[in-house]
Write a protein that binds this ligand. Structure first.
Ligand SMILES: Nc1nc2c(c(=O)[nH]1)N[C@H]1C(S)=C(S)[C@@H](COP(=O)(O)O)O[C@H]1N2
Ligand SMILES: [Mo]
Length: 188
């Protein structure tokens, strides 16, 4: 008797479960594309990877940048235009923190080191470590996160400002990666 009742109740329950499973699949089916679209809708990274050969990678976000010694410059991309007030950190400081040699320790093979900066649109620019070093080229390059006191309004949260370049072609915006690379080749 008990067995009989049990038997009849099984198909009823499984029907209910099938119903629930149907709803669950429907919800999953809706949720997956929504989360996918969300992930796709945020192409601008909120952080920068700094990679020095032989050292652990360093991740920079706006909090890390805010805690570093700040640097600023008043300049315009096109020099006859009115200047903006750019604030951020010295690229040289970033490179030192990530383990790149500088000053007296930048010598010999180190002078063939390049700094390659990559943006989310795959635009890339390079500097030499010697060009940036305070005891060599001493060229000021800023990694900026504010313009006239506000977070950058367009083209990503981080860009370079290169005040002494006569054209702003290395003022790379949407910066995503900074690599310090030994550019030496085996010369014939
Ligand atoms: N990511 C990225 N940055 C870039 C470029 C680019 O194509 N992609 N073009 C460069 C060039 S050639 C110029 S002239 C300036 C233009 O700066 P603007 O967009 O602030 O006017 O951005 C520079 N930075
Ligand atoms: Mo340009």
């Amino acid at each position: 008797m008990l067995w009989g009742r049990g038997c009849t109740s099984i198909p009823r329950w499984s029907k209910q479960y099938r119903h629930l499973a149907g709803i669950a699949f429907l919800l999953l089916g809706l949720a997956l594309p929504v989360s996918f679209v969300r992930a796709q809708a945020a192409p601008t990274p909120a952080s920068i990877r700094v990679m020095v050969e032989g050292k652990p990678p360093m991740i920079l976000d706006r909090h890390v940048l805010a805690a570093m010694p700040r640097a600023s410059v008043d300049t315009a991309a096109i020099h006859h235009e009115p200047p903006a007030h750019w604030q951020g950190v010295n690229l040289e400081d970033v490179l030192q923190r990530a383990g790149a040699p500088s000053g007296e320790s930048l010598r010999g093979h180190g002078l063939a080191t390049i700094v390659r900066v990559t943006a989310t649109d795959h635009y890339q620019v390079v500097f030499s470590l010697g060009e940036l070093d305070p005891m060599l080229g001493n060229q000021q390059v800023l990694l900026v996160d504010t313009q006239d006191g506000h977070p950058l309004a367009k083209n990503g949260p981080f860009r370079l400002v290169v005040p002494n370049d006569k054209r702003p072609a290395r003022w790379i915006h949407d910066v995503s990666t900074i690599e310090v690379i030994d550019s030496r080749t085996a010369t014939p």
